[in-house]
Design a protein around this ligand. Structure first.
Ligand code: ADP
Ligand code: ZN
Ligand code: ZN
Length: 856
């Protein structure tokens, strides 16, 4: 039998497999998905077995055997191997990149380089050591290597410091042989465990054999007679307040067992999760649960878009769907944005399913994540809750995948493989005939659109969309004949908060008015008053400031005018280096204006303020105010995020001030006021999704207020209170927002009507970059003309400079392709880029392709 292996070799990252002989000893337990070490030239590299065959493509004599199998249980399943192939096609990445993304960081290969004596070594000289006349250290080096058999290269270079070039030349000439092996970064954690004998009463005889002074050992034995379960040595020693040596002495006598035993590192060790029972559903919950349950029962693949306002009880629906899935003997994955994977969130799942739950997120240590992942691989858990990459959990009978806050951009990975977890989830679910539930208070336009395609087909347009009828009725009038999408989502809606608590009123504060009244502070008078009132009543306040978008867009503080591109509905971005403002979509540029083109005011400038500045100003305005600031600066330490939130919950502060981190999923009973410092910061990002992001963020933030007995209130400060995203968010009106936004998207040729592919080209020198970018774009246009029928369903824009025109000393250009339909465009683009492989290699040009980019 031959194993077909995809190897981890950067220079040869093609999708081709290499054939290796399966040694007899490995037969039977080597499987598709096994991680192996295979010889590749002089080295051993990591690879994955992706298939097996009876015979090889090359002569058997040329084949080498697999060197190592790295894990007892293959870390990947055949289904995941197939999924990697799909990812490679869909996101135009190499299969090895997709495979590597599926395993925990701890399993990524770490290579170690060794040297041994090579065939061309001068045996004689080596044997005599420094006995021979020599003008360099050649003989010494050889003797040293010989004495050790093999030496880590680094150690050799250190020992013969200054002889680096000589050592390299000895490797070249074959006197020394360089070998590479794989080392796992992490291994299992082992602890000493005390095992009392099966029949603990035999220890009574031992007690009588103890010498008179052994009081401590007597205590230990008596304890073990009373508690005969295995126990960690450290725990036992701590409990009885004896030294470890005391216990070890008993093991030396052979009376008790003491063995190294593997334990899983448990990030939630020592924490009690109160068991919770399913809540009786509200009417709306019952209505949305019914079709999910039906799909599960029928073992039928279906995608549900659960559109429920914040606090409508979506999580309870997830929990009961998971229960149903487990009862059927299947497994469930829950994806949550990294940022909202708070201890509170974990508690809700651990509280319901206890030790059936594994948790995966980036704040775990490498070891903890590895162990949580192994619990999945070893089938010790059946539910995983985690961030994006948890979608690759190696379950084998998936019944349900839940994606909470499905609109979040963090579900799209920005590095290769540039996959979207939602699309990967659906792909996996199809293979398992599993149900997918996408939950959000503010669904992405892409998802809502796909739900509407089903509405069109079933003719039930008005039913789900409320009294106004389908929001697509008007927008889609022109394409009533649109073909129903075969994998359209099913829309489920929950409009009420549980227990009828009202959504908080949102007050818009026009900051232009404030300026007219002479208030140049970042706090408007209404927000100032509202904070003052909460401080008096001893209630709590959440203040939100967006992280992204500072110092980039240019706005007039007198009239709210922002500089926009004359050719695109996108704000211009300020470029400090050249003192210009530019459009990132079409390349338009103009010098930075000194006065507002609309009202001639001189108060036009790029906009920027940070959380630190807000904190300072709060201190000035309200002496003695207690503020907890939560942003990237204050949450770098492990556990700091949780600590700050606990402090706020314990009322050790009046105000929680933060970025995105305070917008998501938090639930504090005493918060009655939420303030948004500047709603425009997101709105003016040079991104066609800016309106959508603004609506989503404002809705999320507003959802933090008044979740309990005390009613809440929200203040949104803005320079553009008339903008539809802000108006509709303040009215909690998703449908109205959707209608407006869809109109904009269709007019601009953006998703969900068009799909995008972003190509980024980078090089150290601008002339080379421009030449390559232009010829690549030319080539793409040619291919499009030739291989599609030249219809205007695909557009190629650019090349233009990237929003960040230089990263790590490389200049960047980009090109955007917009297209419609289920076309073969991604593979066509891949083909176009492949034609440049040689140019790229020769001149060190890099071409990156992002299919369905999220952040532009
Ligand atoms: P969402 O996920 O939609 O924001 P949650 O699931 O967090 O909403 O629910 C909001 C609150 O309502 C939570 O405190 C939750 O425990 C409670 N809740 C949910 N469903 C019910 C129910 N059927 N009966 C009583 N309380 C419920
Ligand atoms: Zn102006
Ligand atoms: Zn433009």
């Amino acid at each position: 039998m031959i194993a077909n292996v995809i190897v981890d070799v950067p220079a040869k990252q093609t999708n081709r497999t290499f054939d290796y002989i399966i040694p007899d000893a490995m037969r039977g337990w080597l499987a598709i998905g096994s991680r192996v070490g295979v010889p590749f030239g002089p080295r051993v590299v990591q690879g994955f077995v992706v298939s097996m065959s009876e015979r090889a493509d090359v002569a058997a004599s040329k084949l080498k055997p697999i060197a190592q199998v790295m894990d007892l249980v293959p870390p990947l399943t055949p289904e995941l191997v197939e999924l990697a192939r799909w990812m490679s096609r869909t996101y135009l990445c190499h299969e090895i990149t997709a495979l590597q993304a599926m395993i925990p960081g701890a399993l990524k290969a770490k290579y170690e380089r060794y040297v041994t004596l090579g065939g061309a070594a001068d045996e004689e000289a080596a044997a005599q050591g420094f006995g021979q006349l020599s003008f360099d250290n050649r003989a010494d080096i050889a003797a040293f290597v010989r004495s050790k058999e093999h030496v880590p290269l680094e150690q050799l270079l250190e020992r013969f410091a200054g002889d680096g070039a000589l050592i390299q030349s000895m490797i070249k000439s074959g006197e020394l042989l360089e070998v590479q092996t794989i080392k796992n970064r992490l291994s299992a954690k082992k602890v000493l465990v005390v095992y009392p004998p099966e029949d603990p009463s035999v220890l009574e005889a031992c007690v009588s054999k103890l010498p008179a002074g052994a009081k401590r050992q007597k205590e230990v034995l008596e304890h073990l007679i009373r508690n005969p379960a295995p126990v960690r040595l450290t725990e036992l020693a701590l409990e009885l307040n004896v030294g470890a040596g005391t216990v070890k002495g008993l093991a030396d006598k052979g009376w008790i067992g003491l063995r190294e035993t593997e334990v899983f590192r448990d990030p939630y060790a020592g924490r009690e999760f109160k068991r919770t029972q399913p809540l009786p559903f509200t009417e709306e919950q019952a209505a949305v649960f019914e079709p999910i349950q039906a799909a599960l029962t029928a073992v039928r693949h279906e995608v549900f878009l659960l559109h429920g306002v914040t606090g409508s009880g979506k999580t309870e629906v997830y929990l009961q769907a998971i229960r149903q899935c487990l009862d059927q003997g299947r497994e469930a994955i829950v994806l949550v944005p990294e940022i909202s994977l708070t201890p509170q969130m974990v508690e809700r799942f651990k509280g319901r399913f206890g030790s059936e739950v594994a948790v995966l997120h980036s704040r775990l240590s490498n070891g903890e994540r590895y162990d949580e992942w192994r619990k999945i691989a070893l089938k010790q858990v059946r539910v995983v809750i985690g961030a994006r990459s948890a979608i690759f959990a190696p379950f084998t009978s998936l019944g349900l995948i839940i994606i909470d806050e499905e609109h979040e951009t963090s579900y799209k990975q920005e590095d290769s493989p540039k996959y979207h977890a939602r699309e990967v989830a659906i792909e996996r679910a199809i293979r398992h005939r599993a149900a997918v539930v996408l939950g959000s208070a503010t669904p992405s336009l892409e998802s809502y659109y796909r739900a509407s395609e089903r509405d069109d087909r079933s003719g039930a347009a008005g039913r789900q969309a409320g009294p106004g009828g389908s929001p697509f009725a008007g927008v889609n009038a022109g394409r009533a004949a649109a073909v129903a999408h075969p994998s359209a989502y099913r829309l489920l809606t929950m409009k009420e908060r549980v227990q009828g608590r009202p959504l908080p009123p949102v007050h818009l504060v026009d900051m232009r008015e404030e300026l007219k009244q002479g208030n140049r502070s970042m706090f408007s008078r209404p927000l100032y008053k509202a904070i003052e009132e909460r401080l008096e009543k001893k209630q709590q306040v959440v203040l939100f400031l967006n992280r992204r978008g500072y110092s980039t867009f240019v706005m007039c503080r007198e009239c709210g005018h922002t500089l926009g591109c004359p050719h695109c509905d996108i704000s211009l971005t300020y470029h400090q280096s050249s003192q210009t403002v530019r459009c990132h979509y079409c390349g338009y540029a103009e010098p930075q204006a000194r006065t507002c083109p609309s009202c001639s005011s001189e108060h036009i400038r790029f906009f920027g303020t940070g959380t630190q500045k807000v904190e300072e100003e709060l201190g000035k305005l309200f002496p003695g105010i207690r503020v907890i600031r939560m942003d990237v600066d204050t949450t770098t330490e492990k556990g700091s995020h949780e600590k700050l939130l606990t402090m706020f919950r314990n009322r050790e502060a009046d105000v929680l001030l933060g970025t995105q981190m305070v917008a998501k999923g938090l639930d504090f009973p005493d918060v009655t006021l939420v303030g948004v410092i500047a709603a425009d910061t997101v709105l003016n990002l040079p991104d066609f999704r800016a309106g959508e992001r603004t609506f989503q963020l404002l809705t999320q933030v507003a959802g933090r207020a008044g979740r309990h007995e005390l009613p809440g209130e929200v203040f949104v400060q803005t320079y553009t209170p008339e903008h539809y995203s802000i108006v509709t968010a303040s009215g909690h009106d998703y449908e109205a927002f959707l209608e407006e936004e869809l109109r904009m998207r269709e007019a601009g040729g953006y998703p969900p009507y068009y799909r995008l592919i972003l190509i980024t080209i980078s090089h150290e020198q601008i002339p080379m970059l421009v030449r390559t970018a232009e010829s690549l774009v030319g080539h793409i246009k040619e291919l499009l003309l030739r291989e599609t029928d030249g219809s205007d369903d695909a557009m190629v824009l650019g090349p233009v400079a990237s929003p960040i025109p230089r990263i790590k000393d490389r200049y960047r250009f980009q090109c955007m392709i917009k297209y419609r339909g289920d076309s073969q465009l991604p593979s066509l683009i891949a083909k176009a880029a492949e034609a440049f492989d040689d140019v790229c290699r020769q001149h060190n040009v890099q071409i990156g392709i992002d299919v369905d980019p999220q952040l532009l």
